[in-house]
Ligand binder design. Structure first.
Ligand code: ADP
Ligand code: MG
Length: 390
């Protein structure tokens, strides 16, 4: 052996990956130790045999025709390209390999081919595990989505039930409440006529207590009824509504309360929006009534209504110079039955109604305020013109 041949042998021997040399008929002329290690054959078992013995079916049967076709036509399948195929060990086990085949031409000799084999079991396993994990993940996501869909359906049903209940309860409670009021009135009359002078201060105080409780209950029941009406499902009937007109009407209807509070209410130019007139009227009415109710005893109340353009909506503001609301209450005051100040006689339904109305109009409502610094309630409504174009 000359130096070059020895060098070639040494390289083959030292190679980590199996390297096989075959002739044009597919017969193995050389196989390095990495080949015998990986496939479990001895060198003697391999040399002189067709390389197809290292492949599982169907590659085994097809292999000879690949080589023949390549030699006849030059059409490449693996040669000079390299690809991932299956290999078979002496014990019959099949495993994935990356195979790179190249043609070796020596002057005056028939063409030979070298195949360099790289065992890719680990990589294929990892890919399979990844795919497996992916599939499990997708299954989990699907399962969670289904569960969420079910709870959502249950939730919206229980919401509807609750609204229905609130409506029926508040509606049906009105009749007995009326009876109690009438009964108390009759009892009052009866006691006054029979007791005469005996109807003393204490009796008067008790009567006032009953009146207050009855008034509060009336407010609660009416509030609940209003709330459940706003919540009634079904399409919201809308029309172009001139908010300046609506606000002016609300101020007229509240003229006595405004006078009693010594307040001034200023209505600037407000936009025409696409909405439900009754609900928008209720919205402005609730906000103005709150502004009147939560005024400072020492300062004359000033209330101002204004509107401004947002990007694709209108923002309406109702500003007062009253007692204000602490930041930690800004979200909560919109909850049903939530009251932020004691001693003002509210029942905590007004803003919940406002929020529901604004939501039904695809808008938002929020407060900007600090204690003692007045409050601005702002709500947004989609621009009627933009919505019509859409
Ligand atoms: N303009 C306002 N200024 C200060 N606080 C307000 C104002 N409007 C509402 N609030 C606070 O928000 C709470 C909830 O308001 P609302 O839902 O209308 O219920 P109610 O007025 O019946 O208490 C009120 O109890 C009050 O503390
Ligand atoms: Mg209120």
């Amino acid at each position: 052996m000359n130096a070059q041949a020895r060098m070639f042998e040494a390289v083959l021997k030292a190679a980590v990956d199996p390297i096989i040399v075959i002739d044009g008929a597919g017969v193995m002329l050389n196989a390095n130790p990495a080949t015998t290690d990986l496939f479990g054959y001895s060198n003697a078992e391999l040399l002189g045999q067709n390389v197809s013995m290292l492949m599982p079916e169907p590659y085994r049967s097809e292999h000879d025709s690949y080589l023949e076709r390549y030699l006849a036509t030059g059409e490449r399948h693996i040669i000079g390209i390299g690809r991932e195929v299956a290999a078979e060990r002496a014990d019959g086990s099949v495993f994935p390999i990356a195979l790179a085949v190249s043609q070796v031409d020596l002057p005056g000799e028939p063409p030979r081919f070298t195949g360099i084999i790289h065992d890719i079991t680990d990589r294929v396993d990892a890919a399979a595990r990844l795919q497996d994990a992916n599939e499990r993940l997708e299954q989990r996501v699907q399962q969670r989505t289904d569960e969420l869909r079910v709870s959502l359906a249950e939730l919206s049903r229980s919401n509807r039930d609750l609204e229905q209940f609130a409506y029926i309860a508040s509606h049906d409670l009105r009749a007995p409440l009326r009876n109690v009021k009438q009964g108390v009135g009759l009892l009052d009359h009866h006691l006054q006529t029979t007791l005469g002078e005996g109807f003393d201060d204490e009796a008067n105080e008790l009567r006032q207590l009953i009146d207050q409780a009855l008034g509060r209950m009336t407010d609660l029941i009416n509030g609940l009824l209003e709330y459940s009406r706003v919540n009634q499902t079904g399409e919201l009937e809308t029309e172009p509504v001139d908010l300046t007109e609506v606000a002016t009407g609300v101020v007229e209807a509240l003229v006595h309360e405004i006078e009693d509070a010594g307040a001034t209410v200023e209505v600037e130019d407000l936009p025409v929006v696409d909405g439900n007139r009754t609900q928008l009227r209720q919205l402005l009415s609730n906000l103005i009534q709150n502004a009147l109710r939560y005024r400072k005893p020492s300062t004359p109340s000033r209330i101002e209504l204004s509107g401004a353009r947002g990007d694709d909506n209108w923002v309406i503001s109702v500003q007062d110079n009253g007692i204000g609301v602490a930041a930690d209450q800004h979200e909560r005051i919109f909850d049903l039955f939530r009251r932020g100040h004691d001693g003002y006689g509210g029942v905590g339904i007004g803003l919940a109604i406002c929020q529901r109305i604004v939501e039904r109009h695809d808008g938002d409502i929020w407060i900007e305020s600090e204690p003692d610094e007045g409050a601005v309630f702002r709500f947004s409504l989609p621009d009627a013109n933009l919505r019509a174009d859409a």
